[in-house]
Design a binder for this molecule. Structure first.
Ligand code: TMP
Length: 213
């Protein structure tokens, strides 16, 4: 099973990914945790170019191509082999993030993103996607707290530093994606206490008839 976690800044993805990993492991599953952009040595190098404050001033097209270059490497070298070995892969962000951030956030043409997606990963998609939804200001405050005192050019905050309307737009993007793909996407209210968010995620997986332990 290929599970992805999505959401704006400060939605609590990392916490929930770790809780789900522990839950699935306790059920006997072999779990691989990974993230985007990144997950392989090559893709992690591309990550630095994309998310660090000093990573570069990319044109929107170059930025979208770089995200999908990293994703292509990640899918081919890590995700597909792990799935073929019968492992469960949990990934922190995937294509939905590109649609939300580059498409809805930056206004990059969604049909061009769709073409780049087909070229780089075909119709490969997660089996389940949890979209953690939180009020933009609350999320940025949480994310900001995490970054406090961390203020050189290597800080991974190129997108967190965008203005409020950028973040409102990408939140709208995630909500639209949840509506467009109701079988794959589960929208979770991330303002709830951590344990309640985890319980909602587990309940959704159990209702799907998976995971099997
Ligand atoms: P993270 O902070 O969740 O690790 O994600 C890294 C940053 O990269 C985050 O600000 C969202 C951004 N991003 C995109 O803009 N497009 C993408 O396709 C992905 C995967 C991440």
């Amino acid at each position: 099973m290929f599970i992805t976690f999505e959401g704006g800044e400060g939605a609590g993805k990392t916490t929930q990914i770790n809780l789900l990993k522990n839950y699935l492991k306790a059920k006997g599953q072999d779990v691989v945790l990974t993230r985007e952009p990144g997950g392989t040595p090559e893709a992690e190098r591309i990550r630095d170019l994309l998310v660090r404050r000093d990573g570069g001033n990319w044109t929107p097209t170059a930025e979208a191509l770089l995200f999908f270059t990293a994703r292509h490497m990640h899918v081919e070298s890590l995700i597909k082999p792990a799935l073929n070995d019968g492992k469960t892969v949990i990934c922190d962000r995937f294509t939905d993030s590109t649609i939300a951030y580059q498409g809805y956030g930056h206004g990059f043409d969604l049909s061009i993103l769709d073409q780049i997606q087909r070229l780089s990963i075909g119709d490969f998609a997660p089996s389940k996607t949890f979209i953690l939804d939180i009020d933009v200001k609350d999320g940025l405050m949480r994310a900001g707290k995490r970054m406090e005192g961390d203020d050189d050019g290597s800080t991974e905050d190129r997108f967190e530093r965008m203005n409020l309307s950028f973040h409102e737009n990408l939140r709208r993007g995630f909500l639209e994606l949840a509506k467009k793909h109701p079988d794959r996407c589960v929208l979770i209210n991330a303002a709830q206490p951590v344990d309640d968010v985890h319980a909602a995620i587990v309940e959704s997986l159990e209702n799907d008839g998976s995971p099997q332990g």
